[in-house]
Design a protein around this ligand. Structure first.
Ligand code: NAD
Ligand code: ZN
Ligand code: ZN
Length: 386
Protein backbone atom coordinates (compact mmCIF):
# COMPACT_ATOMS: atom_id res chain seq x y z
CA UNK A 1 0.00 0.00 0.00
CA UNK A 2 1.05 3.64 -0.37
CA UNK A 3 2.17 5.72 2.60
CA UNK A 4 3.91 9.01 3.45
CA UNK A 5 7.47 8.07 4.38
CA UNK A 6 10.11 10.33 5.97
CA UNK A 7 13.21 10.34 3.77
CA UNK A 8 15.35 12.91 5.62
CA UNK A 9 15.21 16.61 6.54
CA UNK A 10 12.57 18.45 4.49
CA UNK A 11 11.75 15.39 2.45
CA UNK A 12 8.82 12.99 2.47
CA UNK A 13 7.80 10.66 -0.34
CA UNK A 14 4.88 8.43 -1.23
CA UNK A 15 6.37 4.95 -1.00
CA UNK A 16 5.08 1.42 -1.19
CA UNK A 17 5.15 -0.07 2.35
CA UNK A 18 3.98 -3.34 3.91
CA UNK A 19 0.28 -3.79 4.59
CA UNK A 20 -0.56 -3.77 8.31
CA UNK A 21 -1.83 -7.03 9.78
CA UNK A 22 -3.63 -8.02 12.94
CA UNK A 23 -0.80 -8.68 15.41
CA UNK A 24 -2.86 -9.30 18.53
CA UNK A 25 -6.46 -10.40 19.17
CA UNK A 26 -7.18 -6.87 20.53
CA UNK A 27 -6.29 -5.17 17.22
CA UNK A 28 -8.48 -3.90 14.41
CA UNK A 29 -7.44 -2.69 10.97
CA UNK A 30 -9.03 0.35 9.38
CA UNK A 31 -9.19 1.65 5.82
CA UNK A 32 -8.18 5.28 6.23
CA UNK A 33 -10.75 7.79 5.00
CA UNK A 34 -9.03 10.91 6.39
CA UNK A 35 -5.60 11.47 7.95
CA UNK A 36 -4.16 14.88 8.81
CA UNK A 37 -0.78 16.60 8.66
CA UNK A 38 0.10 18.12 12.06
CA UNK A 39 2.51 20.78 13.31
CA UNK A 40 4.03 17.96 15.37
CA UNK A 41 4.98 16.18 12.14
CA UNK A 42 6.91 19.28 11.09
CA UNK A 43 9.43 18.91 13.93
CA UNK A 44 10.35 15.50 12.47
CA UNK A 45 10.04 16.71 8.87
CA UNK A 46 12.57 19.51 9.52
CA UNK A 47 15.06 17.08 11.08
CA UNK A 48 14.56 18.63 14.52
CA UNK A 49 14.06 15.30 16.32
CA UNK A 50 15.84 11.95 16.48
CA UNK A 51 13.49 10.55 13.76
CA UNK A 52 15.31 8.26 11.33
CA UNK A 53 14.40 7.98 7.64
CA UNK A 54 11.82 5.27 6.96
CA UNK A 55 9.16 6.29 9.49
CA UNK A 56 5.62 6.27 8.10
CA UNK A 57 4.11 9.52 9.39
CA UNK A 58 0.53 10.03 10.53
CA UNK A 59 -0.95 10.17 14.04
CA UNK A 60 -4.31 11.81 13.21
CA UNK A 61 -6.32 8.98 11.71
CA UNK A 62 -9.90 8.02 10.96
CA UNK A 63 -11.48 5.37 8.80
CA UNK A 64 -13.67 2.31 8.44
CA UNK A 65 -12.96 -0.94 10.30
CA UNK A 66 -11.94 -3.62 7.80
CA UNK A 67 -10.71 -6.48 10.04
CA UNK A 68 -11.41 -7.28 13.68
CA UNK A 69 -9.30 -9.33 16.10
CA UNK A 70 -10.96 -12.18 18.01
CA UNK A 71 -10.80 -10.44 21.39
CA UNK A 72 -12.37 -7.16 20.22
CA UNK A 73 -15.89 -6.91 21.59
CA UNK A 74 -17.31 -3.50 20.66
CA UNK A 75 -16.29 -3.02 17.02
CA UNK A 76 -17.43 -4.62 13.78
CA UNK A 77 -16.33 -4.52 10.18
CA UNK A 78 -17.83 -1.39 8.62
CA UNK A 79 -17.78 0.75 11.77
CA UNK A 80 -16.59 4.31 11.30
CA UNK A 81 -13.99 5.36 13.89
CA UNK A 82 -11.45 8.03 14.76
CA UNK A 83 -8.34 7.04 16.76
CA UNK A 84 -6.79 9.30 19.41
CA UNK A 85 -3.18 10.01 18.41
CA UNK A 86 -2.18 8.43 21.74
CA UNK A 87 -1.88 4.66 21.72
CA UNK A 88 -2.93 3.56 25.21
CA UNK A 89 -3.69 0.28 26.99
CA UNK A 90 -6.61 1.42 29.16
CA UNK A 91 -5.54 -0.42 32.32
CA UNK A 92 -2.18 0.96 33.54
CA UNK A 93 -2.26 3.41 36.44
CA UNK A 94 -2.01 6.47 34.19
CA UNK A 95 -4.71 5.22 31.79
CA UNK A 96 -7.00 4.41 34.72
CA UNK A 97 -6.52 7.96 35.99
CA UNK A 98 -7.40 9.36 32.55
CA UNK A 99 -3.81 10.22 31.53
CA UNK A 100 -3.83 8.20 28.33
CA UNK A 101 -1.05 10.36 26.90
CA UNK A 102 1.24 8.76 29.47
CA UNK A 103 0.37 5.07 29.17
CA UNK A 104 3.18 2.97 30.66
CA UNK A 105 2.37 -0.27 28.81
CA UNK A 106 2.37 0.54 25.11
CA UNK A 107 5.92 1.86 24.80
CA UNK A 108 8.10 0.16 27.40
CA UNK A 109 10.55 2.43 29.22
CA UNK A 110 8.58 5.54 28.26
CA UNK A 111 5.26 7.07 29.32
CA UNK A 112 3.19 7.55 26.17
CA UNK A 113 2.75 6.02 22.74
CA UNK A 114 1.55 7.34 19.38
CA UNK A 115 1.25 6.33 15.73
CA UNK A 116 3.98 7.37 13.32
CA UNK A 117 6.06 9.35 15.78
CA UNK A 118 9.69 9.17 16.87
CA UNK A 119 10.24 7.63 20.32
CA UNK A 120 6.51 6.89 20.69
CA UNK A 121 6.68 3.14 20.11
CA UNK A 122 6.43 0.70 17.21
CA UNK A 123 3.10 1.99 15.87
CA UNK A 124 3.19 2.71 12.15
CA UNK A 125 1.58 5.96 11.02
CA UNK A 126 -1.72 6.36 9.25
CA UNK A 127 -0.78 8.70 6.39
CA UNK A 128 -1.35 5.56 4.38
CA UNK A 129 -4.15 3.47 2.98
CA UNK A 130 -4.60 1.27 6.08
CA UNK A 131 -3.71 1.30 9.77
CA UNK A 132 -3.55 -1.14 12.69
CA UNK A 133 -5.19 0.10 15.89
CA UNK A 134 -4.01 -1.78 19.03
CA UNK A 135 -6.25 -2.16 22.11
CA UNK A 136 -8.96 -1.23 19.67
CA UNK A 137 -11.93 -1.31 22.05
CA UNK A 138 -10.15 1.43 23.99
CA UNK A 139 -8.47 3.35 21.16
CA UNK A 140 -11.20 3.65 18.53
CA UNK A 141 -13.96 6.21 19.04
CA UNK A 142 -17.13 5.26 17.18
CA UNK A 143 -18.76 7.78 14.86
CA UNK A 144 -22.12 8.05 13.12
CA UNK A 145 -22.25 6.18 9.80
CA UNK A 146 -21.69 7.77 6.41
CA UNK A 147 -19.52 10.76 5.77
CA UNK A 148 -21.29 13.37 7.90
CA UNK A 149 -18.90 15.82 9.68
CA UNK A 150 -15.87 14.02 8.17
CA UNK A 151 -13.58 17.08 8.59
CA UNK A 152 -14.68 17.89 12.15
CA UNK A 153 -14.46 14.28 13.30
CA UNK A 154 -10.95 13.92 11.82
CA UNK A 155 -9.88 16.75 14.13
CA UNK A 156 -10.88 14.61 17.15
CA UNK A 157 -7.71 12.54 16.68
CA UNK A 158 -5.60 15.42 17.95
CA UNK A 159 -6.04 19.14 17.50
CA UNK A 160 -9.56 19.75 18.83
CA UNK A 161 -8.91 17.73 22.03
CA UNK A 162 -5.38 19.16 22.21
CA UNK A 163 -6.59 22.75 21.96
CA UNK A 164 -9.16 21.89 24.64
CA UNK A 165 -6.35 20.31 26.69
CA UNK A 166 -4.40 23.59 26.48
CA UNK A 167 -7.30 25.37 28.16
CA UNK A 168 -7.59 22.57 30.76
CA UNK A 169 -3.85 22.80 31.53
CA UNK A 170 -4.40 26.54 32.06
CA UNK A 171 -7.47 25.81 34.23
CA UNK A 172 -9.55 28.16 32.11
CA UNK A 173 -12.88 28.98 33.77
CA UNK A 174 -15.95 30.77 32.39
CA UNK A 175 -15.33 34.52 32.53
CA UNK A 176 -11.53 34.23 32.45
CA UNK A 177 -9.47 36.25 30.00
CA UNK A 178 -6.85 34.28 28.11
CA UNK A 179 -3.88 34.80 25.79
CA UNK A 180 -3.16 32.03 23.29
CA UNK A 181 0.29 32.13 21.66
CA UNK A 182 0.31 30.48 18.24
CA UNK A 183 -2.52 30.54 15.70
CA UNK A 184 -1.58 27.27 14.08
CA UNK A 185 -4.23 24.54 14.17
CA UNK A 186 -3.62 23.82 17.87
CA UNK A 187 -3.71 27.48 18.94
CA UNK A 188 -6.86 28.09 16.90
CA UNK A 189 -8.52 25.08 18.55
CA UNK A 190 -7.41 26.34 21.98
CA UNK A 191 -8.98 29.73 21.24
CA UNK A 192 -12.16 28.01 19.95
CA UNK A 193 -12.28 25.87 23.10
CA UNK A 194 -11.89 29.02 25.21
CA UNK A 195 -14.85 30.53 23.38
CA UNK A 196 -16.97 27.40 23.95
CA UNK A 197 -16.01 27.41 27.63
CA UNK A 198 -17.12 31.02 28.04
CA UNK A 199 -13.87 32.97 28.23
CA UNK A 200 -14.53 36.69 28.62
CA UNK A 201 -11.71 37.87 26.36
CA UNK A 202 -9.42 35.94 24.04
CA UNK A 203 -6.13 37.24 22.60
CA UNK A 204 -4.37 35.20 19.91
CA UNK A 205 -0.75 35.93 18.99
CA UNK A 206 0.97 34.96 15.71
CA UNK A 207 2.57 36.55 12.66
CA UNK A 208 0.57 34.91 9.84
CA UNK A 209 -2.39 37.17 8.92
CA UNK A 210 -4.61 34.42 7.46
CA UNK A 211 -4.30 32.46 10.71
CA UNK A 212 -5.05 35.52 12.85
CA UNK A 213 -8.07 36.26 10.63
CA UNK A 214 -9.52 32.84 11.49
CA UNK A 215 -9.04 33.53 15.20
CA UNK A 216 -11.04 36.75 14.85
CA UNK A 217 -13.72 35.24 12.65
CA UNK A 218 -14.40 31.98 14.51
CA UNK A 219 -13.18 32.52 18.09
CA UNK A 220 -14.20 36.17 18.65
CA UNK A 221 -10.54 36.74 19.49
CA UNK A 222 -8.42 39.88 19.40
CA UNK A 223 -5.59 39.27 16.93
CA UNK A 224 -2.08 40.26 18.04
CA UNK A 225 0.63 40.28 15.38
CA UNK A 226 4.00 39.91 17.11
CA UNK A 227 5.79 41.45 14.16
CA UNK A 228 3.90 44.70 14.73
CA UNK A 229 5.14 45.20 18.29
CA UNK A 230 5.84 43.40 21.56
CA UNK A 231 2.87 41.08 22.06
CA UNK A 232 3.03 41.46 25.86
CA UNK A 233 2.71 45.23 25.57
CA UNK A 234 -0.03 44.94 22.95
CA UNK A 235 -2.11 42.68 25.22
CA UNK A 236 -1.41 44.66 28.40
CA UNK A 237 -2.32 47.94 26.76
CA UNK A 238 -5.65 46.40 25.73
CA UNK A 239 -6.20 44.55 28.99
CA UNK A 240 -4.76 46.41 32.01
CA UNK A 241 -2.98 44.14 34.41
CA UNK A 242 -2.63 41.18 32.09
CA UNK A 243 -4.82 38.17 31.44
CA UNK A 244 -6.00 35.45 33.83
CA UNK A 245 -4.73 32.50 31.83
CA UNK A 246 -2.28 31.73 29.03
CA UNK A 247 -1.78 28.94 26.49
CA UNK A 248 1.48 28.16 24.65
CA UNK A 249 0.47 26.53 21.36
CA UNK A 250 3.86 27.22 19.73
CA UNK A 251 6.46 25.03 21.44
CA UNK A 252 10.24 24.89 21.23
CA UNK A 253 10.54 26.12 17.65
CA UNK A 254 9.17 29.55 18.60
CA UNK A 255 10.37 32.49 16.55
CA UNK A 256 11.93 35.32 18.53
CA UNK A 257 9.88 38.46 17.76
CA UNK A 258 13.02 40.56 18.29
CA UNK A 259 14.90 39.11 15.33
CA UNK A 260 14.63 40.45 11.81
CA UNK A 261 12.32 38.25 9.70
CA UNK A 262 14.42 38.89 6.56
CA UNK A 263 13.47 36.78 3.54
CA UNK A 264 12.98 33.50 5.34
CA UNK A 265 10.74 33.95 8.36
CA UNK A 266 11.23 30.33 9.38
CA UNK A 267 15.02 30.38 9.44
CA UNK A 268 16.01 28.35 12.56
CA UNK A 269 18.43 31.19 13.35
CA UNK A 270 15.36 33.21 14.36
CA UNK A 271 14.26 30.69 16.98
CA UNK A 272 14.33 31.18 20.74
CA UNK A 273 12.77 28.18 22.51
CA UNK A 274 12.05 30.09 25.75
CA UNK A 275 10.49 33.21 24.29
CA UNK A 276 6.82 32.21 24.42
CA UNK A 277 6.92 30.82 27.96
CA UNK A 278 8.68 33.98 29.15
CA UNK A 279 6.13 36.19 27.42
CA UNK A 280 3.32 34.20 29.03
CA UNK A 281 4.93 34.66 32.45
CA UNK A 282 4.87 38.41 31.79
CA UNK A 283 1.36 38.66 30.38
CA UNK A 284 -0.51 36.35 32.78
CA UNK A 285 -1.53 38.00 36.03
CA UNK A 286 -0.10 37.00 39.44
CA UNK A 287 -1.59 33.62 40.55
CA UNK A 288 -2.73 32.94 36.98
CA UNK A 289 -2.04 29.68 35.17
CA UNK A 290 -0.13 28.71 32.01
CA UNK A 291 -1.14 25.73 29.85
CA UNK A 292 1.65 24.43 27.62
CA UNK A 293 0.49 21.94 24.96
CA UNK A 294 3.15 23.27 22.53
CA UNK A 295 5.87 20.65 22.21
CA UNK A 296 9.20 20.77 24.09
CA UNK A 297 11.82 18.03 23.68
CA UNK A 298 14.72 16.74 25.79
CA UNK A 299 17.04 16.72 22.77
CA UNK A 300 17.01 18.89 19.65
CA UNK A 301 19.61 18.19 16.96
CA UNK A 302 19.03 21.57 15.31
CA UNK A 303 18.85 23.76 18.42
CA UNK A 304 20.13 27.36 18.33
CA UNK A 305 22.52 26.71 21.27
CA UNK A 306 23.99 23.91 23.43
CA UNK A 307 21.55 24.33 26.29
CA UNK A 308 18.55 24.13 24.02
CA UNK A 309 20.05 21.06 22.33
CA UNK A 310 19.47 19.28 25.65
CA UNK A 311 16.02 20.76 26.13
CA UNK A 312 17.26 23.24 28.76
CA UNK A 313 15.61 26.62 28.42
CA UNK A 314 16.35 30.01 29.96
CA UNK A 315 12.98 30.37 31.66
CA UNK A 316 12.29 33.31 34.00
CA UNK A 317 11.47 30.99 36.87
CA UNK A 318 12.10 33.65 39.49
CA UNK A 319 9.41 35.85 37.94
CA UNK A 320 7.03 32.91 37.69
CA UNK A 321 7.57 32.14 41.39
CA UNK A 322 7.22 35.79 42.39
CA UNK A 323 3.88 35.90 40.59
CA UNK A 324 2.74 32.61 42.13
CA UNK A 325 1.82 31.24 38.72
CA UNK A 326 1.08 27.58 38.04
CA UNK A 327 1.80 25.74 34.87
CA UNK A 328 0.59 22.57 33.21
CA UNK A 329 2.36 20.75 30.41
CA UNK A 330 2.35 17.64 28.29
CA UNK A 331 0.79 15.55 25.58
CA UNK A 332 -2.95 15.76 25.33
CA UNK A 333 -4.91 12.90 26.88
CA UNK A 334 -7.21 12.76 23.88
CA UNK A 335 -9.47 10.09 25.39
CA UNK A 336 -10.33 12.44 28.24
CA UNK A 337 -12.17 14.76 25.84
CA UNK A 338 -12.87 13.15 22.47
CA UNK A 339 -16.22 11.58 23.26
CA UNK A 340 -17.64 14.80 24.70
CA UNK A 341 -16.28 16.88 21.81
CA UNK A 342 -17.71 14.34 19.30
CA UNK A 343 -21.12 14.82 20.90
CA UNK A 344 -20.83 18.62 20.71
CA UNK A 345 -20.19 18.18 16.97
CA UNK A 346 -23.08 15.75 16.51
CA UNK A 347 -25.47 18.09 18.34
CA UNK A 348 -24.29 21.08 16.31
CA UNK A 349 -22.86 22.93 19.31
CA UNK A 350 -19.31 22.82 17.94
CA UNK A 351 -18.05 22.78 14.37
CA UNK A 352 -14.26 23.02 14.23
CA UNK A 353 -14.12 22.25 10.50
CA UNK A 354 -13.46 25.94 9.69
CA UNK A 355 -9.78 25.30 10.54
CA UNK A 356 -9.46 22.88 7.59
CA UNK A 357 -7.96 24.69 4.61
CA UNK A 358 -7.10 21.74 2.34
CA UNK A 359 -8.41 18.24 1.66
CA UNK A 360 -6.21 16.56 -0.95
CA UNK A 361 -5.17 13.10 -2.13
CA UNK A 362 -2.37 11.27 -0.33
CA UNK A 363 -0.10 11.74 -3.35
CA UNK A 364 -0.12 15.50 -2.74
CA UNK A 365 1.41 15.07 0.73
CA UNK A 366 5.00 15.99 -0.24
CA UNK A 367 3.87 19.34 -1.69
CA UNK A 368 1.52 20.05 1.23
CA UNK A 369 4.23 19.25 3.80
CA UNK A 370 6.42 21.88 2.18
CA UNK A 371 3.68 24.51 2.00
CA UNK A 372 2.45 23.88 5.57
CA UNK A 373 6.04 23.92 6.83
CA UNK A 374 6.49 27.38 5.26
CA UNK A 375 3.30 28.46 7.05
CA UNK A 376 2.23 29.70 3.65
CA UNK A 377 -0.74 32.11 3.85
CA UNK A 378 -3.99 30.14 3.85
CA UNK A 379 -2.40 26.74 4.45
CA UNK A 380 -3.78 26.03 7.91
CA UNK A 381 -4.90 22.41 8.40
CA UNK A 382 -4.28 19.86 5.67
CA UNK A 383 -6.33 16.66 5.45
CA UNK A 384 -5.19 13.76 3.28
CA UNK A 385 -7.53 11.31 1.62
CA UNK A 386 -5.86 8.06 0.54
N1 NAD B 1 0.59 18.46 23.49
C1 NAD B 1 0.13 17.77 22.48
O1 NAD B 1 -0.49 16.71 22.64
C2 NAD B 1 0.29 18.30 21.08
C3 NAD B 1 -0.52 17.80 20.05
C4 NAD B 1 -0.41 18.39 18.78
C5 NAD B 1 0.51 19.40 18.55
N2 NAD B 1 1.31 19.81 19.57
C6 NAD B 1 2.29 20.88 19.39
O2 NAD B 1 1.60 22.13 19.35
C7 NAD B 1 2.39 23.08 18.61
C8 NAD B 1 1.52 23.76 17.55
O3 NAD B 1 1.06 22.81 16.60
P1 NAD B 1 0.33 23.31 15.28
O4 NAD B 1 -0.19 22.12 14.57
O5 NAD B 1 -0.63 24.40 15.61
O6 NAD B 1 1.61 23.84 14.48
P2 NAD B 1 2.09 25.15 13.69
O7 NAD B 1 3.54 25.01 13.63
O8 NAD B 1 1.31 25.27 12.43
O9 NAD B 1 1.68 26.39 14.61
C9 NAD B 1 2.60 27.13 15.35
C10 NAD B 1 2.27 28.61 15.14
O10 NAD B 1 3.06 29.36 16.05
C11 NAD B 1 3.43 30.57 15.41
N3 NAD B 1 4.56 31.16 16.14
C12 NAD B 1 5.90 30.95 15.97
N4 NAD B 1 6.60 31.69 16.86
C13 NAD B 1 5.68 32.36 17.61
C14 NAD B 1 5.79 33.29 18.68
N5 NAD B 1 6.98 33.67 19.17
N6 NAD B 1 4.63 33.80 19.22
C15 NAD B 1 3.42 33.42 18.73
N7 NAD B 1 3.27 32.55 17.70
C16 NAD B 1 4.39 32.03 17.16
C17 NAD B 1 3.70 30.14 13.99
O11 NAD B 1 3.65 31.24 13.10
C18 NAD B 1 2.60 29.11 13.73
O12 NAD B 1 1.45 29.71 13.17
C19 NAD B 1 3.55 22.28 18.03
O13 NAD B 1 4.68 22.43 18.90
C20 NAD B 1 3.06 20.85 18.09
O14 NAD B 1 4.11 19.91 18.14
C21 NAD B 1 1.20 19.28 20.83
ZN1 ZN C 1 -1.10 15.98 15.62
ZN1 ZN D 1 -2.03 2.46 29.80
Amino acid sequence: MNAVVYEGPNEVAIDEVEEPELEHPNDVLIDITTTCICGSDLHMYEGRTAAEPGIVFGHENMGIVSEVGDAVSTLEVGDRVVAPFNVACGFCENCEDGYTGFCTNVNPGFAGGAYGYVAMGPYTGGQAERLRIPYADFNALQLPEGDVHEDSFALLADIFPTGWHGTELADLQPGDSVAVFGAGPVGLMAAYSAKIKGASEIYVVDRVPSRLDLAEAHCDAHAVNFEEGDPVEQIKSAHGGGVDKGVDAVGYQALDPDTDPGDDAYDPARENPAVVINQLIQVVRPTGQLGIPGLYVPSDPGAPDEMAAQGRLGIDFGKLFEKGQALGTGQSNVKAYNEQLRDLIIEGRADPSWVVSHRVGLEEAPEMYERFDNREEGVIKVLLEP
